[in-house]
Write a protein that binds this ligand. Structure first.
Ligand code: 4NP
Length: 150
């Protein structure tokens, strides 16, 4: 799961998918990263952590790291939150297989190239909206994993 800072959207996507992987007893490794190094080593934004906790998801243990080219070797699928993340991640891709691994996460809900809006400079409603979007997308991802459709 990749966003810009790895302190709002991608840690939530990471925490939601980890939780669902665990609840479904699946053997899937989940991680997240930011395209920037702005917040490396930081815990998720407190507003995202509080929103997630209120709705039953713990993300407090996650720490930000920067996305690296070697992540293409470690992961089968790389979900990005917006077009800017997509561009930045693809700029590090080398192999044909690398390019195929990268997807806009909301295309799991509908194939419309929609973006998860960055909630960082906005209010509480933005964080709730991000939770709704990523809860739905990760639910679909889990169902696809279970049916071997990813
Ligand atoms: P994220 O949100 O990409 O969802 O983690 C942001 C966090 C920090 C900044 C931008 C977006 N920032 O500019 O520091």
């Amino acid at each position: 799961m990749v966003c810009l800072g790895n302190i709002c959207r991608s840690p939530l996507a990471d925490g939601l998918l980890r939780q669902k992987v665990s609840e479904n007893n699946l053997a899937v490794d989940v991680d997240s990263a930011g395209t920037s190094a702005f917040h490396v080593g930081d815990a998720p934004d407190q507003r995202m952590t509080a929103t997630a906790k209120n709705r039953g998801t713990d993300i407090s243990f996650l720490r930000a790291r920067q996305f690296k080219a070697k992540d293409f070797q470690e992961f089968d699928l790389i979900y990005v939150m917006d077009q800017s993340n997509l561009k930045n991640v693809l700029s590090l891709a080398k192999e044909k297989e690398d390019f195929k691994k990268v997807k806009l996460i909301l295309n799991e809900i509908s194939n419309s190239d929609a973006e998860v809006p960055d909630p960082y400079f906005g209010g509480q409603a933005g964080f709730e909206h991000v939770y709704d979007l990523l809860d739905e997308a990760t639910e679909i991802i889990i169902e696809k994993i279970k049916k071997n459709q990813l």
